[in-house]
Design a protein around this ligand. Structure first.
Ligand code: VG1
Ligand code: CO
Length: 561
């Protein structure tokens, strides 16, 4: 086979956001659009490409197969030696991370728009992960973007037969421009399941799920939301841990449009799960997003565990997980908008604590330097240094290990935790598909308030309480390892009682803008109140300061978590 050079012209806006390039499917379908972006990844990798191996796979959403066929033909033409591809193109994001590390390859291309809806009318995405298994850092994605603005041609192997290539397991070899090129199609789950078995005590977890003479089965309900985790859930929870395929799991067949559900595990989009757990005798409900890196945990009667609390509870109980017994526990980290519950655990356990910008790519350097074991985000992301992505299934296995070890319900575990550490009340208001100009204007208005220092010292009164601003800034991060600086990561308004408002624009949407307002407060004694009630006064103040309604015309948020 011989490769050819295909002429093309640049597309606007091929700038990866918080987690890769995400656009409507129809945009990726435009002639040369996907080809350009893939070639730009190779242009960025430059002389590392020749002779390299890459992992390819994703959440199976609409357009994945076409994208993979394109990647195969472009990779071959660029001199890649081997592609390791999940069968049918399926690999969860954590599985890609694990494969890259395990096989010690150059990197991976993940085909997903994660928690964004899929199907012909919805979103597609492409993300590049580097050799540590984590999302490419900003300087890398900036380079991709620069290449995308001046690309003139891409390399392609038109005659390479890709039809059904990824449907069956096995290795196929080609000769391209005189060089060997191999496509190895692997079982999507084998490598990942092996890793989970090394980290957790599957025997104990099986006993928990199946029950013993002394203890009834722990009754879980796991919702894959028709995303890629279905194949992993079947292997791990059903086949390994003995959960019932009829009663303990649902929506576990990956569908290319996720069955028209929005595969984002929160109380709004995972309502089916919440209702089922509320109305039945389940001890635990779990949902994952499309690509399997997010998790939502609820207890009996849908008792909600905020991701910020989930992180803190896991941090407080790592000793019951064999992986940490063996490797020890280093520092903890969270993204800036995440509530600081884990900080209190770090303090008590005398661990280093890091606060990074939103997005998993910021945790990788700290992990590689051996300073970080466990981290998370308020957006339903939890993970550890076993890989370099957040990991939904890992988080659930961690929770089950804690439940098994403590022999307590989820609600009891949380209440005990709050009684020791106090409680960080947290909520996030999302305003989705807002007019981009209006959202930008609102952020500029907040920026102005920072510049004129008009906020500091000012008091706001709401719901019978007065809140005084002590500090306001735009979060900026200096990576402790490579000293790189990341500015403009969200506007923070801090109050004298430790409460906080954070404003930022989402970097994962595919059209319009999404405004996120994060609201949190800390209570030492009053730990059993309703979070929405508790935070209502701050929400009112948050809307007042930002003038959100004036700028956007939005009355209500799209999603509250
Ligand atoms: C969102 C979340 C962020 C998460 C990112 C990717 O980003 O807020 O915490 O890391 O999605 O998650 P943004 O920029 O929209 O706020 V995933 O599961 O979509 O890869
Ligand atoms: Co995701």
């Amino acid at each position: 086979l011989t490769s050819v050079e295909v002429e093309t012209i640049p597309f606007e806006g091929q700038k990866p956001g918080t987690s890769g390039l995400r656009k409507k499917v129809k945009v990726f379908m435009e002639k040369h659009y996907t080809e350009n972006f893939i070639q730009c990844i190779f242009n960025t990798l430059d002389d590392k490409v020749k002779g390299s191996t890459l992992v390819v796979g994703g959440d199976g959403r609409y357009f994945s197969k076409q994208a993979i066929n394109t990647i195969i033909r472009i990779a071959a033409a660029n001199g890649v030696s081997k592609l390791i591809i999940g069968q049918l193109g399926l690999l969860s994001t954590p599985a890609v991370s694990s494969l890259i590390r395990n096989h010690k390859v150059l990197g991976g291309i993940v085909l997903t728009a994660s928690h964004n809806p899929g199907g012909i009318r919805h979103d597609f995405g492409i993300k590049y992960n580097i050799e540590n298994g984590g999302p490419a850092p900003t300087h890398f994605t900036d380079d991709i973007y620069e290449h995308s603005k001046k690309i003139k041609s891409y390399k392609f192997t038109p005659k390479l037969e890709t039809d059904r290539l990824i449907d069956v397991l096995g290795t196929t070899s080609f000769k391209v421009d005189g060089n060997d090129f191999v496509v190895e199609v692997i079982d999507s789950t084998a490598d990942y399941v092996r890793l989970m078995k090394e980290i957790f005590d599957f025997k104990k977890l099986r006993t928990l799920i199946r029950g013993t003479e002394q203890r009834p089965p722990f009754n879980v309900l796991i919702d894959s939301m028709n995303g890629v985790t279905g194949v992993y859930v079947r292997r791990i929870f059903v086949e390994e841990l003995g959960a019932s395929p009829d009663n303990n799991v649902f929506r576990i067949v990956p569908l290319d449009n996720f069955g028209e559900v929005h595969p984002d595990p929160n109380l709004v989009y995972a309502k089916d799960l919440v209702d089922k757990v509320k109305g039945n005798s389940y001890d635990m409900g779990v949902a994952f997003d499309g690509d399997g890196d997010r998790n939502m945990i609820i207890g009996k009667k849908a008792f909600f565990v905020t991701p910020s609390d989930s992180l803190a509870v896991i941090a407080n109980n790592l000793e019951c997980i064999p992986y940490f017994q063996k490797h020890g526990v280093r520092g903890f980290a969270r993204s800036m908008p995440t509530a600081a519950a884990v900080d209190r655990v770090a303090e008590k356990l005398n661990k280093e604590m890091f606060e990074v910008p939103t997005g998993w790519k910021f945790f990788g350097n700290l992990m590689d330097a051996g300073r970080l074991s466990l981290c998370g985000e308020e957006s339903f992301g939890t993970g550890s240094d076993h890989i370099r992505e957040k990991d939904g299934i890992w988080a659930v296995l961690a929770w089950l290990s804690i439940i098994e070890h403590k022999n307590m319900s989820i609600e009891e575990i949380l209440k005990e935790h709050w009684s020791i550490y106090g409680r960080n009340y947290f909520t996030r208001y999302d305003y989705e598909e807002v007019d981009s100009d209006a959202a930008d204007k609102m952020m500029q208005h907040l920026e102005k308030l920072l510049e004129t220092k008009g906020l500091i010292g000012k008091s706001f009164y709401s719901g019978g309480k007065t809140y005084k601003v002590t500090k306001a800034d735009n979060f900026s991060y200096v990576d402790p390892i490579d000293k790189s600086v990341t500015d403009n990561q969200g506007i923070r308004v801090l109050f004298d009682d430790g409460s906080r408002l954070v404003y930022r624009l989402s970097g994962t949407g595919s059209s319009g803008a999404t405004i996120r307002i994060y609201i949190d407060s800390y209570e030492k004694k009053d730990v059993l109140s309703d979070a929405q009630e508790m935070l209502k006064p701050l929400v009112t103040i948050g809307l007042e300061i930002s003038k959100l309604k004036q700028f956007t015309g939005c009355d209500e948020p799209t999603v509250i978590t």
